[in-house]
Design a protein around this ligand. Structure first.
Ligand SMILES: Cc1cc2nc3c(=O)[nH]c(=O)nc-3n(C[C@H](O)[C@H](O)[C@H](O)COP(=O)(O)OP(=O)(O)OC[C@H]3O[C@@H](n4cnc5c(N)ncnc54)[C@H](O)[C@@H]3O)c2cc1C
Length: 404
């Protein structure tokens, strides 16, 4: 069966829903195909206790508030998924769920998408299949006695085998998972690489507010050299600054970057103190910029000198472990919170760079009629976040509507 539609949107997460909303507003006939359910990754590819990293007033579409929730709260992931679902249903967005697109080819001056339900031909295609697609696990640990998983498969402490846990990666996922595990009474090792760790709140304002005021959401590209610097931030437990000294105080043993695994030993780089110092520097730089902004704008915000006081460095930083004996430490589980890569293997069109990203300008690909939305840094730092995808989707929908 072949169906024809003017514009096909592939993926029904927040970016697909946002794109559909803007296409609908402009009267562009379209269809969204979602392989599972709306916002599936929020439902089944995140841990149970995850809450949004930004408060409800910020992490939402500008068109709709979260019903009945204090705007300062960090919404649980089910609430976020339900928000997108309700948003799509109440606006009658044409989302067809349970249909995976398995192939995309050029067809005349348009495109042909293959699905299990048949073929769909479209003049335009918007790919909205997510910024975080395929888990990356950088090191091979060949020990059948150790359970290993990526952070997207971690659910809760009770679902792990008994024993100590090594969490590799201390961005938002790894740091939050390590904290949950240590609070649940687990012995936890956390491998901390280069990271930024902005203050959760400063002078009475959340850091997402500060990022907006300081123009950081609108940055066009990461500062050169910081492409692999992860960001450690958390809305858990009401939201607090991700401070690795505090985690160590809760009982987490901090480690430098995890390296190769040989004969039961995981090599650990001697970079922990440097990573912590650079994270502190980043934290303080945000405070400095915020202070300078508040002064320049004459903002009447309460001073917060205590935000600049750090606890002493823990022993795991001053006397670091450089090789971790997994058995001797009783480690039964490794959680790789080591990020994701893109996987567009199902798109049979020569539009990708060597690093797997599409060749595009702010989501408009080199090939007329083919668009991408929701990717990290698509047009700016905000692009993979809820309201950032909304803004990009609005611009791309207008581009589609204006195509001759
Ligand atoms: C742990 C974690 C926490 C995050 N927290 C926040 C936060 O608090 N606030 C925030 O703004 N951002 C957050 N993000 C970033 C981002 O908002 C989410 O990753 C979000 O899920 C991205 O939405 P998306 O629509 O672009 O992609 P996804 O949510 O990944 O949606 C893509 C959709 O496409 C579908 N799909 C994929 N391939 C196909 C195919 N071939 N055919 C049909 N359908 C397909 C998938 O099933 C999925 O539903 C977080 C990310 C992670 C990993």
């Amino acid at each position: 069966m072949t169906e024809t539609i003017h514009t096909l949107v592939i993926g029904g997460g927040q970016a697909g829903v946002a794109t559909s909303t803007h296409l609908q507003k402009l009267g562009v006939p379209h269809l969204v195909l979602e392989r599972a359910r709306i916002a599936e990754r929020w439902r089944t590819e995140r841990w149970d206790s995850l809450v949004a990293n930004g408060p409800v007033w910020h992490d939402r579409f500008p068109d709709a508030e979260f019903d009945g929730i204090d705007p300062e709260v960090f919404a649980p992931k089910e609430t976020v998924a339900a928000y997108f679902e309700t948003f799509a249903r109440t606006r009658d967005l044409p989302v067809r769920t349970g249909v995976a697109v398995t192939g995309l080819e050029r067809h005349g001056d348009g495109f042909r998408a293959t699905t299990a339900d048949g073929v769909i031909e479209a003049r335009n295609v918007v790919v909205a299949t997510g910024p975080f697609q395929t888990p990356v696990i950088p090191t091979v640990v060949t020990d059948p006695g150790i359970s290993q998983m990526h952070s997207n498969a971690y659910r809760n402490p009770g679902a792990l085998p008994k024993g100590a846990v090594l969490v590799v990666g201390a961005g938002s996922s790894g740091a939050q998972i390590a904290e949950e595990l240590v609070r649940a009474g687990r012995r936890v090792f956390l491998s901390v690489g280069p990271h930024d760790r902005p203050p959760r709140r400063y002078r009475g304002q959340d850091f997402v507010w500060w990022l907006g005021k300081l123009g950081k959401w609108d940055l066009k590209a990461p500062t050169p050299g910081t492409e692999h610097v992860t960001i450690a931030v958390s809305g858990a437990y009401g939201g607090h600054t991700m401070d690795f000294r505090r985690l160590a105080g809760l009982g987490v043993t901090l480690l430098g970057r995890a390296g190769a695994y040989r004969d039961g030993l995981l090599q650990i780089a001697p970079d922990l103190a440097t990573n912590i110092a650079n994270g502190d520097r980043n934290y303080l730089s945000v405070l400095d910029e915020a202070d300078a902004y508040a002064k320049a704008q004459g903002l009447d915000l309460p001073e917060e000198p205590e935000a600049r006081r750090f606890m002493p460095l823990p022993a795991s930083v001053t006397d670091p472990i450089l090789a971790l004996d997994l058995q001797a430490e009783g480690i039964s589980t490794i959680i790789w919170a080591t990020g994701f890569k893109l996987d567009f293997g199902w798109i049979g069109i020569d539009i990708f760079r060597e690093d797997g990203r599409p060749r595009h300008v702010e989501g408009v690909s080199e090939l007329a009629g083919l668009y991408f939305v929701g990717l990290p840094w698509l047009s700016c730092r905000g692009s993979s976040f809820i309201w950032g995808a909304w803004r990009d989707a609005e611009r791309l929908a207008a581009h589609i509507a204006a195509r001759p």
